[in-house]
Design a protein around this ligand. Structure first.
Ligand code: AMP
Length: 290
């Protein structure tokens, strides 16, 4: 039988602050794992990492409307708070922080956090309001909980780099910990949005990871960046993706496009299977002999 520990569900900032203050008085290390719920094994990997490195773990659940564009999937985004609580309780999580909309965005809310440059390429081109929404809500979550560590997934690689930068630029005293992407056996990155795929699309979906992996292998073998990017895009379209928003090779830290692999890089793509937009990325290790 799985042991359960009892989880507190907190919905307001003052209650969260009382809880974290009590932990800090005991010199306990606190981790925050921000999520939008509908938890899957990808989220669980972040939670496990948090439990390994800290004494107390807060998982936040907030479907943040400001990071969805007008025509995006906010109204149908999966929602299962009771199921999420069961999962977190079994993992031994101490607090689920699930603030209400009014708690996060009270009347008169007027502030936005904008990270320049890093937000301008890749997904930023196709989702113009997305990263300001993410940066603002993550800044709020960090300041509300003041954790020692906050854990994010490499699945959303551009988001991870943006959050590292905002924490550094705003002197928020937190260590941002990135966890490698958790995948299905066939390579598809776990995502709440995979639930939108039809059975036929689900069969085609792993091609995204396979093509990224193939391109990363080619780059590491010294093949030319531009040619591989174009071939990758063509292959996705051939494998049934209807539209490729981008297929790019970027510096792993600055996310600036690169034309040669001189330092750690990342190959990143976003593409549609029918109406569902999937994103994924793969590391490219720089060849030290170059
Ligand atoms: P979301 O609920 O989609 O906003 O994601 C919450 C956190 O889980 C983010 O830091 C994501 O990068 C991370 N995440 C989502 N899917 C995965 C995955 N397949 N592997 C690792 N982390 C993930």
């Amino acid at each position: 039988m799985m042991q359960t520990y009892g989880i507190s569900v907190i919905r307001t900032v003052p209650e969260l602050r009382d809880q974290t203050a009590a932990w800090r008085d005991e010199d306990e290390r606190i981790a925050l794992v921000p999520t939008m719920g509908a938890l899957h094994e990808g989220h669980i990997a972040l939670v496990r990492r948090a439990l390994e490195t800290c004494d107390r773990v807060i998982v936040s659940l907030f479907i943040n409307p400001t990071q969805f564009g007008k025509n995006e999937d906010l109204s149908i985004y999966p929602h299962d708070e009771i199921g999420d609580i069961e999962i977190l309780e079994e993992l031994g999580i101490h607090v689920l922080y699930a603030p209400t909309m009014e708690e996060m965005y009270p009347d008169g809310f007027a502030t936005s956090v904008r990270v320049s440059e890093l937000t301008e390429g890749l997904c930023g081109v196709f989702r113009p309001v997305h990263f300001a929404g993410v940066a603002t809500v993550v800044t709020k979550l960090l300041l509300q909980s003041l954790p020692d560590v906050a854990v994010f997934g490499e699945k959303d690689y551009q988001q991870l780099q943006i959050i590292r930068r905002l924490a550094r630029d705003l002197d928020i005293p937190v260590l941002i910990d990135g966890v490698p992407t958790v995948r299905e056996e066939d390579g598809l990155a776990l995502s709440s949005r995979n639930a939108y795929l039809s059975p036929r699309e689900r069969v085609m979906a792993p091609s995204l990871f396979k093509v990224l992996q193939k391109v990363a292998t080619g780059l590491q073998a010294g093949e030319e960046v531009q040619g591989l990017m174009e071939a990758g895009k063509r292959e996705l379209l051939k494998d049934g993706f209807s539209k490729v928003d981008y297929f790019e090779v970027c510096d792993a830290e600055t996310l600036k496009p690169v034309s040669r692999i001189k330092a750690a890089a990342r190959v990143l793509a976003a593409a549609y299977l029918g109406k569902t937009r999937l994103i994924d990325n793969h590391p490219v290790v720089a060849n030290r002999g170059d």
